[in-house]
Design a protein around this ligand. Structure first.
Ligand code: SF4
Ligand code: SF4
Length: 174
């Protein structure tokens, strides 16, 4: 059985349509009617009044990174380089130093992430054997007028708090 073919009438074939002028005015009239309608009542518009109204960022969404600490406030990271090795964007650079407590032998003396090169894949979080790096800060907006400001270091990584309760993290947060 052959396919049923529906023949459509070609549009734009009349003289009036081919000179476009009437069609342009029809389009502008439609735009104007929407404008007037929305000026009168904009409650049905899908507009987010950002930045006055901030979006809700769900737990598990990969935001800016942070480094976690032990209960006593010491850094969990042991400078194993797993995150740096697994980073596909090659935007993590760590310098390891000797550690003088009973937690581990090494710790980072510098830990930099270039946020302009990061692709927010979360592989660093996945690769870390100690849950020492997370992307649960809820920070999604990064703006500055200086490229250097997008390279975040150890202090900033350690002092940025997580934005979600611990239980949400266990349910699969980044
Ligand atoms: S999120 Fe991905 S690209 Fe960004 S630092 Fe982690 S591993 Fe690298
Ligand atoms: S953050 Fe985790 S994976 Fe990266 S160096 Fe520290 S302990 Fe290793």
């Amino acid at each position: 059985m052959g396919a049923k073919v529906k023949t459509m009438e070609r549009r734009g074939s009349t003289f009036i349509e081919r000179i476009y002028l009437v069609e342009i005015f029809k389009g502008m009239a439609r735009t104007l009617s929407h404008l007037l309608r929305n000026l009168k009542d904009n409650s049905k518009l899908y507009v987010r009044h950002y930045p006055e109204v901030q979006p809700e960022i769900p737990a598990g969404w990969r935001g800016r990174h942070r480094l976690t600490t032990h209960d006593d406030g010491t850094v969990k990271c042991v400078a194993c380089f797993m995150c740096q090795t697994n980073c596909p964007a090659d935007c993590i650079s760590i310098e390891a130093g000797e550690r003088h407590d009973d937690k581990a032998e090494k710790m980072p003396v510098s830990f930099n992430i270039n946020l302009l090169e990061c692709i927010y894949c979360g592989y660093c979080v996945e690769a870390c054997p100690l849950d020492a790096i997370r992307m649960d800060t809820g920070i999604f907006s990064l703006t500055d007028n200086n490229r250097q400001a997008f390279i975040i270091g150890l202090d900033e990584l350690l002092t940025t708090p997580g934005a979600y309760p611990e239980e949400d993290q266990k349910k699969g947060g980044a």
